[in-house]
Design a protein. Structure first.
Length: 264
């Protein structure tokens, strides 16, 4: 039984509970004599049960049903406000907020994790030669491929026109590299067909794997720099590296551990 604010289980249970409370209150009010300060079970005892049973259930059911509808509407608005309309990924604001909240929550109990920044290769060419509608189709295909290759607890957001980001909590560098490479290979196998023309798709990925604690701003700057390296080195490749807790982006690339470069 669904006991959430959007579920019917909550409506039914609270309707029954509210009716029971009404019956109990009716019996108490009718049976207690404030004059003698004693209980006097009157002749209207059955009415104290019957009347609340007739009036209370429809009242509570109607009220709780409206509250359920409001909860559903609020949930839908929250989803719309936090979701990219084209790809159904988190939008930039929602993605950033959730990652920052996670990193702040885990400061006292540090754990490994990573941020991947994913950019679609030659996306401007697709838009310029085949139109923005084809570009949108390409983004939807790529977003779907990424979703299929990340874990259930990972966060996926669209943070720019053709740029996505994936936050990987509780994962070490080797696993991060494996996930990034799985995403790259998954997109590399896609082809967009436009008016009989087959357009192969690919992405470049830059990643920052942190140890202990970090901030979203630090991770994004580092991952974005490695994305630039991946694009400059030929595209369709992964550049994921680990950064120390005290890594200074300005000292790139000396702020990193010995990198492990994976080519596409």
């Amino acid at each position: 039984m669904d006991m959430s604010r959007q579920g019917w289980g909550r409506v039914v249970v609270l309707t029954v509970a509210g009716t029971a409370v009404c019956i109990i209150l009716a019996i108490i009010i009718d049976s207690f004599s404030f004059r003698t300060m004693s209980w006097e079970w009157g002749s209207r005892f059955s009415n104290n049960i019957l009347i609340p049973l007739i009036i209370a259930p429809p009242f509570f059911f109607f009220l709780l049903s409206k509250l359920r509808e409001l909860a559903i509407a609020h949930h839908n608005l929250t989803v719309v406000a936090s979701t990219d309309g084209l790809t159904s990924c988190l939008n930039r604001v929602a993605f950033t907020t959730l990652v920052e909240a996670y990193l702040e929550r885990t400061q006292e109990q540090p754990s490994d994790g990573a941020l991947l920044v994913i950019d679609v290769d030659h996306f401007k060419k697709v838009n310029d030669e085949f139109g923005h509608a084809s570009g949108d189709d390409a983004l939807k295909l790529i977003a779907s491929a990424i979703k299929e290759r990340v874990r259930n607890n990972d966060l996926l957001g669209r943070i720019g026109g053709e740029e996505f980001a994936v936050f990987l909590p509780d994962v070490e560098l080797p696993k991060t590299v494996a996930i990034a490479e799985r995403i790259r290979k998954g997109v590399d196998g896609l082809t967009l067909v436009v008016e009989g023309t087959r357009l192969p798709l690919s992405v470049s990925i830059g990643g920052a794997a942190y140890r202990r604690t970090s901030t979203f701003e630090q991770l994004f700057k580092i991952a974005d720099r490695w994305l630039y390296v991946a694009k400059r080195s030929g595209r369709n490749r992964v550049e994921v590296h680990a950064t120390s807790e005290a890594a200074d982006v300005a000292s790139y690339p000396t702020a990193f551990y010995q990198p492990t470069v994976h080519r596409g």
